[in-house]
Design a binder for this molecule. Sequence first.
Ligand SMILES: [Mn+2]
Length: 466
Amino acid sequence: MSGMRRVVFASDLHLGSNPTLDDFTRDVEFEGFLDLPEFKPSGDDRVELVLLGDSFDLWQAVSEEECHQEKSKRIDLAYVAASEAVRLDGVRGKHLRWFEALGRFAERPGCRLVVVPGNHDHSLIDPTVQARVARHLGLSGSDRLSFVNFYEDSMLRLYADHGNQYDHNNAYDDFARVDWRQDCRGYYFVKLFLNRIEYRDPRIDNSPSGWGAVWHWLRRTLDFTLLATALRYFWQYSTDGRVPKPVTPFAARGIAGAIPQRGLLDDPAAPQLLVAGSSARSAERFFSADPVMEEFLREAYDASPEVRVAVNEILEAQEKHEGVRSTTRGAARRRAPHGKPARRPRAGKPRPSTRRRREVPKPIGASRGVAAERRIFGPPEDVAWAEHLFSDKPYFRDKLSPGAFQYVIFGHTHGALEHRLSNGATYLNTGTWTTEDSGPPVAVAECPPGGTPTAKLLRFKNGRLE
Ligand SMILES: [Mn+2]
């Protein structure tokens, strides 16, 4: 006769190695969490801890040098399984207690650890990377540790995966392959843009729903130095030939009707029009498809010499690029006789100016109240992902039947949630451990011997799950 079955899900811990970018500060708390009576089964009872993705943040486990890099082209995007394993060494070095506590938990009678990859630790699909995690946990070769791309249990009537495969910015064409050139859109965005901005203002988080809000964050903080830097990095990101497809954050959903050209303008808040070139711009919309952002960037251009230099740099570079294209013959004539392009004398090279350029529209003094109206309506996006598991073939398996699966669990969005789906099943989101508010969330599924399974969202606070 088997005993009590318990599975605890936690996700989005985002353990890193970079002192500024690392979002996980709960090592001691995590040790206390694993010391709960819920993780100490007796007799025939069995307990599993499922780390449901983004446990490690390998996208942000980067060097100081990479964070300081002024040119995105000098940021190395390439990785292989072996170099990802080395990144994990850095994570372990910074979170020794976390690894030790987790290893001790898995060794207890009746306990097991299951690791599911997310997008920030996607390379965990590779056996080399898995072996490194096992070694760091002191669990090499142990059957107490397993790696799976998704978790399902018919007795608990439960299905779980990280959730990134339903988010078009973080989905992999082939989840089972490690190849940096095939990484999801989010990878390039984090490496080439977000890491360097977050390094300068660590309050900017790496949550996927936060991406669309980066520009609104910059608008609120009124840090023109950072804004100028962000404009420069965003331009670099947008023109980096190594990026196969740029990100299109969730924020687009709320004002989809306002987007004239899909694809180009999917993130209305970003200064997409500025970086896209003169043909994308008009007198009404020069910087952004989002009217609040447009007005703010016009104001910032007027108010800040730093922002003017950054914007002028982009405009001048585009002018040069667009000009060269239309006057190829002229460009050829300017070449030196030995075939190399004639170099301008250094002293004569014009520096981007702080002067206001006439083509940049002036602010119109629009009411800032508009910001309050552009809320995104309806339930969070991940609720629809959970609904789709029952109506469509989801990524990892055939569609779920409501009779067999009463519970669906995702992480990824950082928004902890318990929600009743339209078919009566329960959707749980395991949130994140990286924010400082209330206790860290976990989903707890239980089934007593011969009994009915349950699953609910709890928080670890006041030394217990409540
Ligand atoms: Mn994720």
